[in-house]
Design a protein around this ligand. Structure first.
Ligand code: HSE
Length: 395
């Protein structure tokens, strides 16, 4: 029998408790021994909860209990959660977390700490919710030179965009629904402004290219500035507006990471990823292109990934699975504003003026123009056109 603990009894933590309990028998079979939930740490009381007996307010109960071998961190943020995780790893306990902020800002440091103490630090749930994504990227696709990872990485904004586009819902109503369903961050500005997707790009980038990309090296735009004219321009070209997080190798061999609303053509699998679902396209020189698709947020899907990590930790209680990356290499990063991409520009200028400034283009609805040749955002910004919006097209 292996005893485990959960830090945080919010949406994800309570989902982990539920999965561990409901699936106890199948987990015991798969893990090879019973996984028993001994503690749940939270500052709050949960009178009447079936997990009342496991509740503690004292982190030291978990830290100092030699029977607890594996801990799921579901508090979130990079303050108290970080402090706890560092102490747990240093105490020789394996940690599984859903905390993308902590991994994006301290992943390298925590993996080094885990290595020093011969324990595992797993974070499958931090990107793509319940989708098996990070392990396949790190392990199953290890035979590839990865060239690009691009995805719809935030369920809340994809839900909002889908509700607005498909059902004509108001932004605020769609956001409130996403919050009620447990998809949104505690502060939903992190979703809407793209920061949550940015953190996930940082993690994907580290796994794909081998060094840490901190969030300040990943320029980020959210969906707040998306208008009906963007939607109309996209629709008239047979495309949809999607918030994409991307990390890719440039022609010069540098890594370029960014988050921005894109126009996505119907020929891309990402076009068909709607609602809270996430979709992530991985391109590599052996696989070609693979897409990972599934629920990107929500209590039980996220818990599914955390519990999967806990089982992996039980399988490797005395052996560390190889998982690490180097620290940041800012000189290896390229500026996305200098990356040649297909673009739609929205401007009040005429087609003739757009073509004079940026070359051949096709007029779309909503004052949009689809440029015929890839160009850089820098060149568009410097074109002298009165720009309403500049949207890359995903290809
Ligand atoms: N707020 C996040 C989302 C939760 O909407 O995708 C999952 O990381």
């Amino acid at each position: 029998m292996v005893q485990v603990a959960i830090l945080g009894f919010g949406t994800v933590g309570s989902g982990v408790a539920e999965v561990l309990t409901q699936n106890r028998a199948v987990l015991a079979e798969k893990a090879g021994e019973e996984i028993r939930l001994k503690y749940i740490l939270d500052t709050r009381e949960f009178p009447g909860s079936p997990f009342e007996a496991q509740l503690t307010h004292n982190f030291e109960d978990i830290l100092n209990d030699p029977e607890v071998k594996v801990v799921a961190e579901c508090i979130g943020g990079a303050t108290i959660a970080l402090e706890f995780v560092k102490k747990l790893l240093a105490a020789g306990k394996h940690v599984a977390t859903s905390n993308k902020e902590m991994v994006a800002t301290h992943g390298h440091e925590l993996l080094e700490l885990a290595k020093a103490h011969n324990v595992n630090f797993f974070f499958e749930a931090s990107v793509g919710g319940g989708i098996p994504l990070l392990r396949p990227l790190a392990c199953d696709l290890a035979g590839n030179q990865i060239t690009e990872v691009t995805g719809i990485l935030n369920g809340t904004t994809n839900y909002i965009l889908s509700e607005m586009l498909d059902k004509g819902a108001a932004f605020d109503t769609a956001l409130q629904e996403a919050q009620a369903m447990g998809y949104a961050e505690r502060n939903p500005a992190a979703d809407v402004e793209g920061l949550d997707a940015c953190r996930k790009v940082c993690i994907l980038s580290a796994l794909a290219f081998g060094f840490h990309v901190y969030p300040d090296l990943c320029p980020t735009q959210g969906i707040a500035a998306i208008t009906g004219d963007d939607v109309a321009a996209a629709a008239s070209a047979g495309m949809k507006v999607k918030l994409l997080g991307r990390t890719l190798k440039t022609a010069e061999g540098k890594v370029c990471a960014f988050v921005a609303p894109h126009f996505v053509p119907a020929s891309s699998q990402l076009y068909h990823v709607d609602g809270v679902f996430n979709g992530v396209v991985i391109r590599g020189n052996a696989i070609g292109e693979a897409m990972f698709y599934g629920p990107g947020a929500g209590k039980l899907p996220t818990a599914s990934a955390v519990v999967g990590d806990m089982v992996d930790a039980v399988w490797h209680l005395s052996q560390r699975r190889r998982l690490d990356w180097a620290d940041a290499q800012p000189d290896q990063m390229a500026d996305p504003w200098e990356l040649p991409l297909p673009y739609v520009v929205r401007t009040t200028a005429s087609l003739a003026e757009v073509e004079a400034a940026l070359g051949q283009a096709k007029a779309l609805d909503g004052n949009g123009y689809l440029l015929a040749a890839p160009t850089t955002r820098r060149a568009i910004e410097q074109s002298g056109l009165a720009l309403l919006a500049v949207r890359p097209v995903f290809q």
